[in-house]
Design a protein around this ligand. Structure first.
Ligand SMILES: Nc1nc2c(c(=O)[nH]1)N[C@H]1C(S)=C(S)[C@@H](COP(=O)(O)OP(=O)(O)OC[C@H]3O[C@@H](n4cnc5c(N)ncnc54)[C@H](O)[C@@H]3O)O[C@H]1N2
Ligand code: MOO
Length: 637
């Protein structure tokens, strides 16, 4: 019989179990200075201890008078008031002497002489006088219990004489990172070691939600050691998180420990990433076992721990900001699993959002950095089809997302440089990059998933770049082709070229391992062209089937010795410090639909790449020629 991996329950059921068990837990209260209480939650109602102001105060700079004395005053027959007995200079906030009951602004009075003011307009009683308790009134309920204190709450409390408040303590959370393979970020990971960073990610989130967080040392995968630390943490914390080892592998002890020491609420949820979550109660304290993969841990923390951190402080977690977005391609998903996919978003002129999926995988951090949101595919769906809509949890401001430009296409280092310049210059938009290869870029542009594409596709027949592909992809349409760069393509070789590779032909030698680029990448197309030109068959190249997705990754593979050669641009060879054997100069273009020419962001981008300063910076990367950078060709296909 096949061993069942996990006994998973739905996200909603999991959240219910957590709420039922721990929803009424509160931290103890403490009395702290009001001045330090911003964003803390009150444990008791707060009443004003004094009124403010507690005297009649002038609301303006001017003179205090008795209103009745000014009755009937006009320009023609001004009233004359004697300084001292009938009028007295006051500034804003000054107490009003008891004999007066109104203030006249300084700009509304004249002086008749040293001892007299001239009043040309009568004022009613209490004119420009702040009454007693105008701001806060002694004895009034200012703030209820279970209220999160804002900046102006603090101001009102201090004004009302409340210098200390009773608030819920911040929940203390202890995070226990575990794993034999883990080292701290400051250490240099050796072969087989990985950097431990989940604890810091989870800590940062918990602190934002109001918790105080301790992280223990990284513990080895030893049952007794982890068990002891977990029990100790349960004594001193309001919540404990054991990092990784939540699954059911050989070194995964969390479940056994929690079974022995407490009560398991569930092990496994129908969400991906995040399946192997454990929730348990140890001595009445919630203990979670989070999965090791960072994005799994991130999702579980957001979905299942966040609300608890808020409720422990008698507070409510704010709603996630969600929008609905359309997808324009098929996205497979396993039925019975609620899937969370990182996506970029673009919005059209009608403000409708399109979601474009980024790389999947629970440990792909860079795709998280690029994401605008997390698309949710509910458990009852076997994926999405073009035209389907799905909810997207936003990671950025909705209005910001609407302004950004999304480029999908081939990777080039000059794009990173341009993206960075746009940010540094504080333009009103960001340039978002999805580097998936030239062909995938054209497909995305055709589906209206992007604002522009980037491609360097050689037509082996004509020797021309991009045009013949565009004719195929965009027949009958009008496009703009904007040259980005010409760049050198060549072979990445180990430093010193120990295998003495001098040409494409040398790649067929039996001791040479090549690493290719993914299907649809312009560099792959160029490689196939070079093979054909040299009468070499793909089967003759050992490693032809192995793929990397970017120039940098290909150069890195050669650098660390997992391949002897790879084709790519010179700039990446310089970044990864490998040798470079130049073979070709190729053209990299940006492709934009013609109707976007009046889009100010597109214009700004073209204007930017036309600047001499930018061209110089690009050429400094090595292997670039910017002679035609920014040149626009209009195409009717
Ligand atoms: N036979 C099966 N194996 C696995 C399945 C499955 O369905 N069948 N599911 C996979 C899924 S999904 C997940 S998620 C992981 C969760 O496993 P663990 O919680 O036991 O985590 P580890 O195996 O210890 O680590 C996974 C991975 O993450 C790295 N890691 C761990 N802790 C940290 C940390 N604190 N900071 C950064 N990175 C961390 C760790 O080094 C591993 O590379 O199980 C799959 N297995
Ligand atoms: O559940 Mo795992 O968390 O899919 O990556």
């Amino acid at each position: 019989m096949v061993k069942k991996y996990l006994d998973k329950i739905s996200a909603a059921a999991a959240l219910n179990k957590i709420k039922n068990k721990f929803g009424s837990l509160r931290t103890k209260s403490e009395v702290i200075k009001t001045a330090d209480a911003e964003s803390r939650v009150t444990a008791q109602a707060v009443y004003a201890k004094r009124s403010a102001p507690d005297f009649y105060a002038s609301a303006m700079d001017g003179i205090a008078v008795k209103a009745e004395k000014t009755a009937g005053a006009s320009e023609r027959s001004p009233v004359k008031l004697k300084v001292g007995s009938e009028a007295q200079a006051v500034d804003t906030g000054d107490p009003i002497p008891a004999r007066f009951n109104a203030v006249i602004k300084i700009e509304e009075i004249n002086k008749a002489d040293e001892n007299h003011y001239l009043i040309e307009k009568g004022v009613p009683p209490w004119n420009h006088i702040r009454s007693i308790g105008e701001s806060v009134v002694k004895g009034n309920l200012l703030i209820t219990a279970a209220h999160k204190l804002s900046d102006y709450d603090l101001a009102a409390l201090l004004e009302a004489g409340v210098t200390e408040v009773e608030v819920y303590k911040r929940p203390v959370v202890t995070i226990i990172p575990t794993g034999d393979e883990l080292v701290t970020a400051e250490q240099d990971p050796k072969q087989g070691e990985l950097v431990e960073f989940n604890s810091q990610m989870i800590k940062a989130a918990l602190r934002k939600w109001g918790a105080e967080v301790n992280i223990t040392e990284i513990l080895a995968d030893q049952k007794e050691l982890i068990g002891r630390n977990m029990l100790e943490a349960a004594e001193t914390s309001n919540l404990v998180i054991v990092l990784s080892g939540s699954s059911a592998g050989r070194g995964d002890f969390t479940i056994d420990i929690l079974k022995n020491e407490g009560e398991i609420l569930f092990h496994g949820v129908n969400v991906m990433p995040g399946k192997p979550l454990i929730a348990a109660a140890v001595k009445g304290i919630p203990v979670f076992g989070l999965p090791g993969y960072p994005l799994s841990a991130w999702i579980d923390n957001q979905l299942f721990i966040r609300e608890l951190i808020y409720s422990m402080q008698a507070d409510q977690a704010p709603n996630f900001e969600e929008i609905e977005a359309e997808v324009k391609r098929k996205i497979p998903s396993e039925i019975g699993l609620e899937e969370f996919l990182r996506v970029n978003l673009i919005s059209d002129t009608k403000n409708k959002f399109t979601a474009v999926p980024l790389k999947r995988g629970s440990s792909a951090m860079e795709s998280m950095l690029k994401a605008d949101g997390i698309l949710r595919i509910t458990a009852n769906k076997e994926g999405l089809h073009p035209g389907d809509k799905a909810p997207v949890m936003l990671l950025k401001d909705r209005n910001k997302i609407k302004k950004d430009l999304l480029l999908i296409g081939s990777h080039d280092l000059s794009l990173d440089l341009i993206k960075n310049e746009i940010k540094k210059r504080n333009y009103k938009f960001d340039l978002k990059l999805q580097t998936v290869g030239s062909m995938a870029g054209l497909t995305a542009l055709r589906r209206n998933e992007s604002d522009l594409a980037g491609a360097h596709l050689l037509d082996p027949e004509s020797g021309e770049y991009n045009i013949s592909y565009l004719k195929r992809f965009f027949k009958g349409q009008k496009l703009l082709l904007v040259n980005l760069v010409y760049r050198e393509q060549g072979l990445y070789l180990k430093k010193g070229n120990p295998k003495n590779i001098k040409s494409i032909k040398d790649l067929t030698k039996s001791n040479i391992n090549y690493i290719n680029r993914q299907r649809g990448a312009g560099t792959r197309v160029l490689f196939d062209f070079l093979l054909k030109e040299n009468n070499i068959k793909a089967e003759e190249i050992s490693g032809y089937q192995k793929e990397e997705y970017t120039h940098i990754a290909a150069a890195a593979a050669v650098g660390r010795g997992s391949a002897d050669a790879a084709l790519g641009i010179r700039a990446a060879a310089e970044v990864m410090d490998v040798d470079f054997l130049p073979l070709e100069e190729e053209k990299y273009d940006l492709i934009i639909k013609e109707n976007r020419l009046d889009d100010p962001r597109i214009n700004k981008l073209i204007e930017l790449i036309n600047q001499a300063e930018i061209k110089t910076e690009i050429e400094k990367l090595g292997g670039y020629n910017c002679q035609e950078t920014g040149k626009i060709t209009k195409l009717q296909l």
